[in-house]
Design a protein around this ligand. Structure first.
Ligand code: AGP
Length: 618
């Protein structure tokens, strides 16, 4: 998730661009950059970029010497890296070979491999690791082929060659005063006044310049000129953009109208899963990780896998155990990271240790991975932060692409982690030959249905609120699950604990009769994950055990499953999906339940007591 901005008007724009980028920094801060057009056609394009992490914007502001005096048209970008490390070379804006076309982009270009191969074969020189840079060179090609069509025609041509999703803005020295923008899925808003036209990834960057915004729809193209915005569709037919008026402040704008970051991030989960799934296939159809410094032969020599992680990342790892063992037929052990290195694990060069960490900085996990390397194990990391400490030390990396997660409680990064781990399981199966590439691809395609299923589960939020309200005074909760439902139960219990400070414990449902069932008494609220996985019938038998002792039962059940619903006092409905993908959908109502309960208790869901977003102490 990056932030883009563009302004063209009748007054110097540099400071307004920098202020706008500062307001977009919460969308990503790995690097920042600007490009300004000279006031006269044919003058030199001016560009500055900085990639110093959280200081990127400050450092960019120190690099504006030499900016064209009084430049009134420019574009800017603040980056959350997905393809290519956070470096100056990878920072936007990107330019074409001539250095006269500049572009900023938020999103993922899924077919960038094949596009860059074709561009290089045609003689273009690419200077970055990013998917975005190909767009600038595609514009260069289109302008060479049809200069009369200008930048807007070039963007139209380019969109016909690109798969994936994007919000982009481009400028060209030959057309001063003009910014051309386009979007497909990624957000983009525009504003216009009598003298100025503006665009940004979302409203915070433009607050204060206007309260009237114009919305660009998918595959529409906007031409922004001082005081005017013209929108056309892919066929060049002019369309009237929808208008939107806002009356909220900057903090509310960053939450995009949600009450808090947690609810915003819970509702970003369909996009987080979709982003993590995008661009996982090479042109030959085989699956690809993001960074691989392990050969396929080395992966084929692996005879044991350990997964090490903490908290919600540990629960994601637990779900991966089922997928890796089922598809890749590799034995998997999973450890709480802070315990792993103190138990003298048996590791060698044929062991793969997978670290799961959204921050990539959790010390317990980082130290566990360093221990693994001391035993010559191969290390693979699943993280949400490109170039984080863990990813820099790993032999291979698969990034989640959930964008920055501000809320302390992990939600969208957790779903993205499960998604990435399922992709990894398919990748291992493909490399080891326990799945044919076509089988792995087919499963990846089925995973493409998950964002819509997560969105459907999110639509049931009001019904989940009702259940939370019904049991708001319960002092404690038991969460139960079996098979892949067990880690879902653990995650549900953790969310409720860390957000509402209530007693909540997750158990494998089959374990209850070995002691924990002594906790059950009339009125005890038991929340069970009872979707149709392979142990569904056994799960219902465990539910009967607690019901017979007077428990109040809430069940996560598949839509239309009346047989399960009859066993429950309340149901949290979710759409059905394949059982190894079920955790991605089934955990959603439990996140919403915990969120709702915390709100009912008047607690701060973004900053729960005693917790930190990244735990950098052991
Ligand atoms: C989960 O809601 C918590 N924020 C916490 O358990 C977190 O998952 C854990 O600290 C691991 O963090 P990491 O993914 O950044 O390593």
């Amino acid at each position: 998730m990056c932030g883009i901005i563009g302004i063209t008007g009748d007054a110097p724009t540099l400071d307004v661009l920098l202020e706008g980028l500062a307001r977009l920094e919460y969308r990503g801060y790995d690097s920042a950059g600007l490009a300004l057009l000279p006031a006269t056609a044919g003058g030199a394009l001016w560009r500055a970029r900085a990639a110093t992490g959280t200081h990127s914007l400050d450092d960019l502001a120190k690099r504006v010497d030499g900016a064209p005096e009084g430049a009134t048209t420019g574009i800017g970008h603040t980056r959350w890296a997905t393809h290519g490390r956070p470096s100056e070379e990878n920072a936007h804006p990107h330019v074409d070979c001539t250095g006269t076309v500049a572009l900023v982009h938020n999103g993922i270009i899924e077919n960038h491999y094949e596009l860059s191969d074709a561009l290089v074969a045609a003689g273009h020189e690419l200077s970055s690791e990013t998917d975005t840079e190909v767009l600038a060179h595609l514009l260069e090609e289109a302008l060479a082929e049809a200069p009369e069509a200008g930048l807007v025609g070039a963007v139209r041509t380019m969109l016909g060659r690109v798969r994936g999703y994007f919000a982009l803005a481009a400028v060209r020295t030959a057309e001063p005063g003009l910014i051309v923008a386009a979007r497909r899925v990624s957000p983009l808003v525009m504003g216009v006044t009598a003298t100025t036209a503006l665009l940004a990834s979302d409203i915070p960057a433009l607050l204060g310049t206007t309260s009237e915004f114009l919305l660009l729809e998918d595959d529409q193209i906007a031409e922004l000129r001082p005081g005017s915005v013209r929108v056309t569709d892919l066929d060049g037919v002019e369309v009237e953009p929808k208008a939107r008026t806002v009356d909220y402040d900057l903090d509310a704008a960053r939450k995009d109208g949600y009450d808090d970051y947690m609810s915003k991030e819970i509702h970003e989960q369909p996009a987080a899963v979709a982003s993590t799934l995008l661009d996982r296939q090479l042109p030959d159809g085989t699956l690809a990780l993001d960074e691989v410094r392990i050969s396929d032969d080395e992966l084929r020599s692996i005879d044991k896998v350990f997964i090490v992680a903490c908290g919600s990342s540990y629960h994601a790892g637990l779900m991966a155990k089922y997928a890796i063992e089922h598809w890749a037929r590799l034995p998997v052990e999973i450890d709480i990271a802070s315990e792993f290195r103190y138990r003298d694990p048996v590791l060698d060069s044929h062991t793969l240790v997978i670290g799961v960490s959204q921050s990539g900085e959790t010390v317990d996990t980082l130290q566990a991975l360093r221990e693994a390397r001391r035993w010559n194990a191969k290390v693979l990391v699943i993280s949400n932060v490109v170039d984080s400490s863990m990813t820099r030390e790993a032999d291979a990396v698969l990034y989640t692409r959930a964008g920055p997660e501000i809320g302390v409680a992990a939600t969208k990064t957790h779903l993205a982690q499960i998604t990435a781990l399922e992709i990894l399981a398919l990748y291992l199966a493909q490399v080891r030959g326990t799945l044919y590439p076509a089988e792995a691809r087919a499963l990846l395609v089925r995973m493409g249905e998950l964002p819509a299923k997560v969105a459907l589960a999110l639509e049931r939020g009001p019904a989940v609120d009702d259940v939370a309200r019904a049991y708001r005074d319960s002092p404690s909760f038991i969460f139960l699950g079996r098979h892949v439902g067990y880690p879902v139960a653990l995650e549900g219990a953790l969310k409720l604990k860390e957000l509402s400070y209530l007693r909540a414990e997750g158990f494998p449902a089959g374990e209850l009769k070995h002691g924990p069932i002594a906790l059950v008494e009339p009125g005890t609220v038991v929340i069970g994950v009872a979707t149709r996985t392979r142990l569904w019938e056994k799960m219902l038998a465990n539910v009967a055990e607690v019901k017979s002792r007077g428990a109040t039962v809430v069940l996560v059940a598949n839509d239309g499953d009346d047989e399960t619903a009859r066993q429950a006092d309340a149901v949290l409905w979710v759409p059905p999906t394949e059982q190894l993908f079920a955790p991605i959908v089934d955990v959603v109502p439990l996140q919403l339940f915990a969120y709702s309960m915390a709100r009912l208790h008047g607690l701060d869901v973004d900053r729960p007591r005693n917790l930190a977003k990244v735990v950098t102490v052991e």
